[in-house]
Ligand binder design. Structure first.
Ligand code: CAA
Length: 240
């Protein structure tokens, strides 16, 4: 039977490419989305992938969604924590709300979903958790104290949970994408983005498929010995 995979923020951007890559790798994929119903419906129609709406920041909604998916399909064995937002500003202009929104969405959701899925994976003696970090969590980024903190948190979370999961066959890894061609990156002021691209040795933005390939690699049954690691996919922009 195909392994069940849940991808948060799985209907748009990098998440959509991850959902599609996992589907092509033979997984039964369920793609979560938070609010953009029109995009989720278009994605489901195009790919045949089931979409589920819940707020990944909300602990109870995550627990309920995981229980519901498990009851309908079986244990979630692959979890991809991809949901993420930016609220960029220099610290002087960053409100507490901008801080909270990014920490809750980008890091709080990783706790909510990993916790909700963990016991099922443990009972199954198999699990794959991959969380999408960022080059900016490794290297820092001007205007992103919130985002860099949340993404750096993902890298710490990954290492800690990998130690707990190892004995149960649960691997826990992260991917640190560089600048990938998505709506999020296209929202960076053009003159700033131009300078960033000039610093990427491969000379281009990453594609969402570049990240999807990494997730397929880390979630394969054969990836059993890879845990607690961070896979950088950044065109050579930062070596960590
Ligand atoms: N390093 C040093 N100085 C910088 C800088 C940088 N990277 N970026 C801007 N500055 C300087 C400017 O030159 C300017 O200096 P002067 O006042 O001397 O002219 C000063 O900072 C203020 O810059 P802005 O006018 O741009 O200030 P702002 O308040 O309007 O905007 C900002 C600040 C929101 C941080 C804006 O510069 C911005 O959006 N930067 C892009 C941030 C970024 O890269 N975000 C990544 C989003 S994609 C993502 O996060 C995905 C992923 O994982 C990779």
């Amino acid at each position: 039977m195909a392994r069940i995979a849940l991808v948060t923020g799985g209907t748009r951007g990098i998440g959509a490419a991850i959902s599609i890559a996992l589907q092509r790798a033979g997984r039964h994929v369920i793609a979560n989305y938070a609010g953009n119903t029109a995009a989720a419906e278009a994605f489901a129609k195009e790919t045949g992938i089931e979409t589920v709406k819940f707020d990944a920041c909300d602990y109870d909604q995550c627990a309920a969604a995981v229980a519901d998916i498990t009851a309908r399909h079986g244990t979630i064995e692959i979890l991809v924590n991809n949901a993420g937002i930016t609220r960029d500003a220099v610290i002087g202009k960053m409100s507490r709300d901008m801080w909270d929104a990014v920490i809750d969405t980008n890091l709080g959701s990783v706790f909510n979903l990993s916790k909700a899925c963990y016991d099922g994976m443990k009972a199954n003696k198999f699990g794959r958790i991959v969380s999408i970090g960022s080059i900016n969590g490794q290297a820092g980024q001007y205007g992103q104290v919130n985002y860099a903190s949340a993404k750096a948190g993902i890298h710490g979370f990954t290492k800690a949970l990998s130690l707990e999961g190892a004995r149960y066959g649960i691997t826990v890894n992260a991917i640190a994408p560089g600048y990938v061609d998505t709506e999020m990156v296209r929202a960076v002021p053009p003159e700033v983005l131009e300078k960033i691209i000039a610093k990427i040795p491969r000379g281009r933005l990453g594609s969402t498929e570049d990240v999807g390939r990494g997730v397929v690699f880390l979630t394969a049954d054969e990836a059993d010995f890879i845990t607690g690691s961070t896979l950088s996919i950044n065109g050579g922009q930062h070596m960590y």
